[in-house]
Design a protein around this ligand. Structure first.
Ligand SMILES: NC(=O)c1ccc[n+]([C@@H]2O[C@H](COP(=O)([O-])OP(=O)(O)OC[C@H]3O[C@@H](n4cnc5c(N)ncnc54)[C@H](OP(=O)(O)O)[C@@H]3O)[C@@H](O)[C@H]2O)c1
Length: 297
């Protein structure tokens, strides 16, 4: 049985499952949390701001009619925060059934994370790379378990692929390219991780949520041409509830048991761009990500 937001009834097995959603305090992540909590999952969302997190928590609990939702602090722009978060999560959660790498941003000007990474790549890919690595053993012990990676069809905008010699865009920076490349990195990560997880019972799939009207690329983040295009896209955008459907599907659908390494658009596997299928780049990105984060999987 499939509901309004694409969720399946709790007979499909989400009752009692432990789900972690990065950046579930707003937008697509928040609606994903509501849908999965309604299905009986125990959901952890993360937030940078405790106030915003607590407000979201109250909304999610009310909307899902569930008390099995909590919020923990996580800033993906800081490896210290990622390590602290992972340590606390592992100490308090004996299992992890679904990890949804949802948080993401697009910026108008170049900035760097605490660890000196270009911020878009740092948050959208490297922070999640480190987090996934630190939680991977718990996912393996909880198998069959799933990882869902929020990518975007914007990855197709990175027509020349990644610039592995200038991953942090120190020589040349364009805000749009930085975002498209970070979303390409999400798919390459999914590709390489799925190979490494073969036989483990842990699957990993990437999803494109569609064009969704959220806080994404809001006033403070992106101005100029990209900001204008984002505002224009809001005229035809999906609601956050609709945008959550693909994440909920990838996290919970029994149809996807054992399915790994795919890219889903509107709940169908779709071939990503040619650079997103490049196994050599996926491996090189993996090595560079291990070096950058110090997290080895
Ligand atoms: N909206 C779209 O049309 C669209 C299209 C394709 C793909 N996507 C992808 O879908 C995902 C969710 O986007 P959305 O539209 O729901 O965006 P959103 O409303 O802006 O939400 C983004 C979430 O990411 C969190 N976040 C940002 N920087 C963070 C950091 N340094 N550490 C931890 N969390 C951080 C935000 O937390 P704060 O509240 O603290 O900022 C927020 O919870 C993103 O990965 C995005 O790339 C969105």
């Amino acid at each position: 049985m499939t509901g309004e937001t694409g969720e399946h009834s709790d007979t499909d097995g989400m009752r009692g499952k432990v789900v972690l959603i990065t950046g579930g305090n707003t937008g697509i992540g928040k609606q994903t949390a509501i849908a999965l909590a309604r299905m009986g999952a125990r959901v952890t969302i993360t937030s940078r701001s405790p106030e915003k997190g607590q407000a979201a928590l109250a909304d999610i609990r009310r909307a899902a009619d569930s008390e099995a939702v909590e919020c923990m602090r996580l800033d993906l722009a800081s490896l210290t925060s990622v390590r602290d978060f992972a340590g606390e999560f592992l100490a308090t959660h004996p299992r992890l059934d679904v990890l949804i790498n949802n948080a993401g941003l697009a910026l108008g000007t170049r900035s760097e994370t605490e660890d000196g990474f270009e911020s878009t790549l740092g948050v959208n890919h490297l922070g999640h790379f480190a987090l996934t690595g630190l939680l991977l053993d718990r996912l393996k012990h909880s198998a069959p378990s799933r990882i869902v990676v929020l990518s975007s069809d914007a990855h197709r905008g990175a027509v020349r692929g990644l610039d592995l010699d200038d991953l942090h865009a120190r020589r040349r920076y364009s805000a749009a390219t930085a975002y498209c490349r970070s979303k390409l990195a999400n798919i390459l990560f999914t590709l390489e991780l799925s190979e490494r997880l073969q036989g483990s019972g842990v699957t990993v799939n990437a999803v494109h949520p569609g064009m969704v009207k959220t806080e994404f690329a809001g006033e403070d983040d992106v101005r100029g041409v990209i900001g204008f295009l984002v505002k224009l896209s809001h005229l035809v955008s999906l609601t956050p509830e609709q945008g959550a459907r693909n994440s909920v599907y990838a996290a919970s659908s029994p149809e996807l048991a054992g399915v790994s390494g795919k890219y889903f658009v509107r709940r169908r596997p779709v071939r990503p761009s040619r650079p997103a299928q490049d196994k050599q780049t996926a491996l090189r990105l993996w090595e560079l990500s291990e070096q950058a984060t110090g997290v080895h999987m």
